[in-house]
Design a protein around this ligand. Structure first.
Ligand SMILES: Cc1cc2nc3c(=O)[nH]c(=O)nc-3n(C[C@H](O)[C@H](O)[C@H](O)COP(=O)(O)OP(=O)(O)OC[C@H]3O[C@@H](n4cnc5c(N)ncnc54)[C@H](O)[C@@H]3O)c2cc1C
Length: 417
C-alpha cells in the first residue's frame, strides 16, 4: 500500500534507476528484450561520470586476451567473467561501432575511440535509446522504499511511489559524488536485508607527506619510467614498471592504480605500505654504481646524476627528499637507493577523489541473474556491486557487461518468463 495521500504510479515494464553506463546499457538490453523501459536519473543529464572519464582520453576497454582480462579483476573475478560471457571487450568494440564510433588499440593495449572522446558516443547512444522507445526521466531521485516496499521517487512532479514489473538499480559507487553517485542508497538497501561491503577508494592516489619545498617545486611532475617493488597480499615481493605523478600529498597514477588493491591491504593491516622505487628501471645496478663510483671531477651531485645517468628533475628531488646527507654522499648507498628508494605510503586519498570505488552490494547478495536475493524483482549492476579492477578500461567493461546482464534478466522477470 502506498503512504496515505501519496500517489502510486505503475510501470508494467522495467524501471531502471541511474543513468550511467550500467543503467543505460540495462535500459537498452531490457527494451530490446521487448518490454517498456523507463529510466530515472537524479541529475539533469545522464552519463556525467562517463563524460568526465572521457576527459583525459576515453579508455573504453582493453585488448588483453580473455583469461588475462578476467584476472585483472581483483575482486569478483568469477562473477565478472560470467557477465563477460554475454558482453566482452570485442562485443563492446562492436557495439561502439554500431553507434558510429570506431575504436583502436593503444600502445599499452588499452582501447579508445578513434577521437578519444566520450561525448559523441554518449550523444549517439542516448539518441538511439530514445528512438528505440526508452523513456528517460531527468531530475528524478530514488529515495528508497515506501512502507509497502515500492520505489519512492522525488521529481519535478513531487514525491511518489512506483511499482514496476522489475527494477534495475544502477546507482554507481561512491567516487566523485558531485557527478551523481553519492552512495546514499547503501543504508536503504542494508535496511532491507541486502548485504553490503563498506565503500573504499580504488584507483586513487596515496599520501606520503612531502616537504613544502618538494611540493612547491615538483607537485604534478611525472615520474617516468619507474618501477616499483611491493609486497602483495600474500606477502610475495612483486615488481612492476610504469609511471606515476608526484602529487601535493604523495603519489598517484596508473602504476599505483594497478597495484592499489595490495597497497590498500597493507595499509589496512600494517598502517602503512612500503614501496621501493627503481628510478632507473632500464639501467642495470652495475652501471648505476660505476657511474657514481667514477668520482665527480669537481661536478655537483646533481650534474653527475643528470649527465651520467640522465636522472634529474623530480627524480633527483625525490632522492634529496628521502635520503640523508650521508647516503647522498656515499656512491654505493646512493646507487642502491636509486634502484630501490623506500617510500612509505600512509593512507589512500579520500573516496570522493578516487576514480572508482570497491565495496558496495556484496556479490553474495545477488543471484546469477543479478537479482537481489533479499528483494525479488530488484536487480543491480555497475559500480554499485562489490567488484574491483585497475584502470585500463576494465571498469567500464564490467559496468556495460553487468548492465546488459541485469537488463535482460529484469526484462525476463517483468515478462514473467
Ligand atoms: C575521472 C574519472 C575517469 C575515469 N576514467 C575511466 C576510463 O577511462 N575507463 C574506465 O573503464 N573507467 C573510467 N572511470 C570509471 C567509470 O567512469 C565508472 O566505473 C562508471 O562510470 C560507473 O558506471 P555506473 O553506471 O555503475 O555508475 P555511474 O557512472 O556513477 O552512474 C550512476 C548514475 O546513477 C545516478 N544516481 C545515483 N543515485 C541516484 C538516485 N538516488 N536516484 C536517481 N539516480 C541516481 C547518478 O546521478 C549517475 O548518473 C573513470 C572515473 C572517473 C571519476
Amino acid at each position: 500500500m502506498p503512504d496515505a495521500g501519496r500517489p502510486l504510479q505503475r510501470f508494467p515494464g522495467v524501471l531502471v534507476i541511474g543513468g550511467g553506463p550500467a543503467g543505460l546499457m540495462a535500459a537498452e538490453a531490457a527494451r530490446r528484450a521487448g518490454v517498456e523501459v523507463d529510466l530515472l536519473e537524479a541529475k539533469p543529464t545522464v552519463g556525467r561520470k562517463f563524460l568526465i572519464a572521457g576527459r583525459g582520453g576515453m579508455n573504453l576497454t582493453h585488448s588483453d586476451p580473455r583469461p588475462r582480462f578476467e584476472q585483472r579483476y581483483t575482486r569478483g573475478a568469477s562473477e565478472v567473467a560470467h557477465w563477460l560471457d554475454g558482453f566482452d571487450a570485442m562485443a563492446l568494440r562492436e557495439w561502439a561501432r554500431g553507434l558510429g564510433v570506431e575504436t583502436f588499440v593503444g600502445s599499452s593495449g588499452r582501447v579508445f575511440p578513434v577521437d578519444m572522446k566520450s561525448a559523441p558516443l554518449l550523444r549517439a547512444w542516448v539518441a538511439r535509446l530514445k528512438q528505440e522507445g526508452v523513456r528517460l526521466h531527468m531530475r528524478e531521485r530514488w529515495l528508497g522504499f515506501d512502507p509497502a516496499g515500492h520505489a519512492l521517487v522525488e521529481g519535478p512532479a513531487g514525491t511518489r511511489a512506483i511499482e514496476a514489473g522489475a527494477v534495475v538499480l544502477a546507482l554507481g559507487g561512491g567516487s566523485w559524488p558531485q557527478l551523481g553517485s553519492d552512495a546514499a542508497w547503501m543504508p536503504w538497501l542494508s535496511a532491507r536485508g541486502v548485504p553490503t561491503v563498506p565503500l573504499e577508494a580504488s584507483n586513487c592516489g596515496f599520501d606520503v607527506g612531502w616537504s613544502e619545498h618538494l611540493v612547491a617545486k615538483f607537485a604534478g611532475a611525472a615520474l617516468k619510467p619507474i618501477a616499483v617493488q611491493w609486497s602483495d597480499a600474500a606477502g610475495r615481493m612483486r615488481r612492476q614498471q610504469g609511471e606515476c605523478v608526484l602529487t601535493a600529498t604523495g603519489l598517484e597514477g596508473s602504476l599505483l592504480y594497478a597495484i592499489g588493491a595490495d597497497l590498500r591491504t597493507s595499509i589496512a593491516r600494517d598502517g602503512t605500505a612500503l614501496l621501493q622505487l627503481d628510478l632507473l628501471p632500464g639501467v642495470p645496478d652495475e652501471r648505476v654504481r660505476s657511474a657514481l663510483l667514477a668520482g665527480r671531477d669537481g661536478r655537483s651531485l646533481s650534474e653527475v646524476l643528470r649527465r651520467r645517468l640522465k636522472l634529474d628533475g623530480a627524480k633527483a628531488a625525490l632522492l634529496r627528499e628521502v635520503l640523508s646527507a650521508g647516503t647522498l654522499g656515499d656512491p654505493v648507498a646512493l646507487a642502491d637507493a636509486i634502484k630501490a628508494l623506500p617510500i612509505r605510503l600512509r593512507a589512500s586519498r579520500p573516496l570522493a577523489e578516487a576514480i572508482s570505488s570497491a565495496g558496495g552490494i556484496a556479490l553474495a547478495g545477488v543471484d546469477r541473474r543479478l537479482m537481489l536475493r533479499a528483494l525479488p524483482g530488484w536487480f543491480a549492476c555497475g559500480e554499485m556491486l562489490d567488484w574491483d579492477a585497475p584502470t585500463g578500461g576494465y571498469l567500464l567493461t564490467a559496468c556495460f557487461a553487468s548492465g546488459l546482464h541485469a537488463g535482460r534478466a529484469a526484462a525476463m522477470h517483468a515478462l514473467g518468463v
